[in-house]
Unconditional design. Structure first.
Length: 123
């Protein structure tokens, strides 16, 4: 594991702990896992590919409506919320948090900024 992967995993662990997330991952927009903190029984490739698809499909819909690209996508159940949010042009952060996402937005933005800095090599 290289230094930036270690940094990314630390950011994800901290996010999961602070916001009671079941998992979080950084994936490429083409659906390739980059770094993740998931339960051992969760298939990271499936999470990465499907999360990239959800965000990518939303971007196509917005583009077709001549609207600005969506910042993030929320998928809510009765007990949890899946969030996919872009990190620049090449990657995204996906996480599943307990309950509604109301109290998580600021943490998502902080995590995305930290991840963006790591991916740019600014640690």
């Amino acid at each position: 594991m290289n230094v930036s992967e270690q940094d990314l995993k630390r950011i994800l662990r901290d996010f999961n702990a602070r916001y009671h997330a079941s998992f979080s991952a950084v994936v490429s927009r083409s659906g390739v896992p980059i770094a993740w903190e998931l339960p051992p029984d969760v298939n990271v490739e499936n999470v990465a590919m499907l999360s990239a698809t959800i965000l990518g499909a939303s971007e196509v819909i917005y583009s077709g409506m001549k609207a600005n690209r969506p910042l993030r996508v929320f998928v809510e159940s009765e007990t949890s919320t899946l969030i996919a949010t872009g990190i620049g042009e090449r990657s995204l952060l996906v996480a599943m948090v307990s309950g509604k996402a109301d109290g998580v937005i600021a943490g998502l933005e902080a995590a995305t900024n930290s991840i963006r800095n790591v991916l740019r090599g600014q640690g």
